[in-house]
Design a protein around this ligand. Structure first.
Ligand code: ZN
Ligand code: ZN
Length: 393
C-alpha cells in the first residue's frame, strides 16, 4: 500500500522531532556535566587545577566573562583568573573600559559553581619587557599606568603574584625567548615571581631552564581568547594547558601561598612539567602494582599487573638492565587502565624470594628540559628453580 503525501510528511515530521529532542538533550547534558581531572593529591596538599590566563570581551577575547567560569567547571578546573589586557581593548567602543568589570561580572557564576575566581589583569607591553600577568590584585584600574615600570610597581604594591607571560611568543621573540636587562632589573627587585613555561600550544624549554635556575614559579596557562571548546578538541581527549597548584586547602589564599612557595607543576598535553619532588609523588600515588608477589620458574615468564589511576598515559623507558630478570625496555601505562608487564627469568637454578626495583624513566614527566623522571617499580619475585626436563621413552 502506498503512503499518502500527507502521511509521509507526518512520519518525516515525527522523525525530525525525535532527532531534535536527541540533539537538544545531548547538548544540554554536555553543558550540565563536569569532567573531573584525575591527578592525585600529594604530600598532604590538594592538587588544584588552575588556569591563570584568560581573556574575555573586556579585552580581545570573544566570550562574556561567566562563560569562562562555566568552561572551567565543565573541564574540571578548581580556579581561574580572568586576565584581560589593560592596554589592548579592541571592543572599547562597545564596552566600558573599566578593567575590573570582567571579574565582577563573572563572580556570581563562580560562587554558584564553586570555582575560585582570582582577580587579575595582563600588563601588555612591547618587548622589553613583554607581557606580565598580575593576579590576586585588588584593583586593575590603578595598575593601568603609562610607564610599564609604574604598572608593575603598582601591581606589586597591591600584593599581586606576578608572572612573565609567554616569553617565547614568536611575535615578540622571533629567535626564541631572550632574558634581557629589563628582566634582570625586575627580577632583582623581586617584581615578578613566576613565569609561563607553557602558553596555549607552546612549551618553552629555555624558559623551563630559567625557572629552575632562578627559582621562579612555573606556570602553564591556556591564554584562551575564544571559547575553550574551539581551541581544544575535548572529544579527542584534549585538555587545555593548566597549572597544578599543590595547596593546603581549596581556597584562593592557599593557592597564592603555594604559588609564592613554588608548589606547582604544569599539565600540558600528555606531559607534566615540574620539580622531581612533586612529580615523583604524583607518579607514586597514581601507579599501583597489583601483584603482591610473582613467581618465576627458571627462565619462565610472569605477568605484573600495573594500574594507572590518573588521566596521564605514562611513557616509560628502562634506564638499565638487571641480571635476575629481563623486562620490556619500553612500557606504556595508559590512563585509567591496568597494563601487563611481562618479566622473564634469566637462570634455571635460582631459588629465592627477593625485592626487585625495575629501573625506568617516565619520559613524559619532565623534571628538566629533555629529562624524564627516574622511578622504580618495586616487585617481590619468588624465583623457583626449574625442574629438569623429563625424558620420555
Ligand atoms: Zn599576552
Ligand atoms: Zn593573554
Amino acid at each position: 500500500m502506498k503512503k499518502s503525501f500527507w502521511g509521509l510528511l507526518k512520519i518525516t515530521g515525527l522523525v525530525l522531532a525525535v532527532m531534535l529532542v536527541i540533539l537538544f538533550n545531548s547538548g544540554y547534558a554536555q553543558l550540565d556535566s563536569r569532567s573531573e581531572i584525575l591527578i592525585p593529591d600529594i604530600l598532604g596538599y590538594q592538587t588544584m587545577k588552575c588556569d591563570f590566563h584568560l581573556h574575555t570581551v573586556f579585552s580581545d577575547g570573544t566570550v562574556w566573562p561567566p562563560v569562562r567560569v562555566q568552561e572551567a567547571w565543565s573541564e574540571g578546573l578548581d580556579a581561574i583568573s580572568i586576565s584581560d589586557h589593560l592596554e589592548y581593548l579592541p571592543h572599547k567602543q562597545d564596552l566600558v573600559s573599566d578593567h575590573n568589570r570582567s571579574y565582577e561580572i563573572a563572580r556570581a557564576a563562580a560562587e554558584e559553581l564553586g570555582i575560585i575566581l582570582i582577580r587579575g589583569c595582563e600588563i601588555t607591553r612591547p618587548m622589553p619587557p613583554g607581557h606580565f600577568n598580575a593576579i590576586f590584585i585588588e584593583d586593575a584600574n590603578t595598575i593601568h599606568q603609562e610607564d610599564w615600570r609604574d604598572a608593575i610597581k603598582a601591581a606589586n604594591a597591591q600584593g599581586a603574584f606576578i608572572f612573565w607571560n609567554h616569553p617565547g611568543w614568536k611575535a615578540q621573540a622571533p629567535d626564541g625567548a631572550k632574558w634581557l636587562p629589563e628582566h634582570s632589573e625586575l627580577f632583582e627587585k623581586k617584581f615578578f615571581q613566576g613565569i609561563e613555561i607553557v602558553n596555549f600550544y607552546d612549551y618553552y624549554p629555555t624558559v623551563h631552564k630559567w625557572a629552575l635556575d632562578k627559582n621562579l614559579t612555573m606556570v602553564g596557562n591556556s591564554d584562551s581568547h575564544n571559547p575553550t571548546a574551539y581551541e581544544h578538541d575535548f572529544e579527542k581527549g584534549e585538555h587545555r594547558p593548566m597549572t597544578l597548584v599543590f595547596a593546603e586547602a581549596r581556597t584562593a589564599q592557599a593557592i597564592k601561598q603555594a604559588l609564592l612557595e613554588r608548589r606547582t607543576a604544569v599539565y600540558f598535553e600528555n606531559k607534566l612539567i615540574g620539580e622531581q619532588k612533586y612529580l615523583q609523588p604524583i607518579f607514586k600515588a597514581a601507579v599501583k602494582i597489583q601483584n603482591k608477589e610473582i613467581s618465576i620458574r627458571g627462565k619462565g615468564r610472569a605477568s605484573l599487573q600495573i594500574h594507572n589511576n590518573s588521566d596521564l598515559t605514562f611513557e616509560l623507558s628502562a634506564i638499565k638492565t638487571l641480571s635476575e630478570l629481563t623486562f620490556s625496555e619500553r612500557l606504556t601505562l595508559p590512563a585509567r587502565k591496568t597494563t601487563i608487564l611481562q618479566l622473564k627469568g634469566t637462570a634455571d637454578n635460582v631459588a629465592e624470594s627477593k625485592n626487585i626495583e625495575l629501573p625506568y624513566q617516565v619520559e613524559n614527566l619532565l623534571i628538566e628540559p629533555g629529562k624524564g623522571l627516574p622511578i622504580s617499580l618495586p616487585v617481590r619475585v619468588n624465583f623457583i628453580a626449574a625442574e629438569k626436563q623429563k625424558m620420555e621413552y
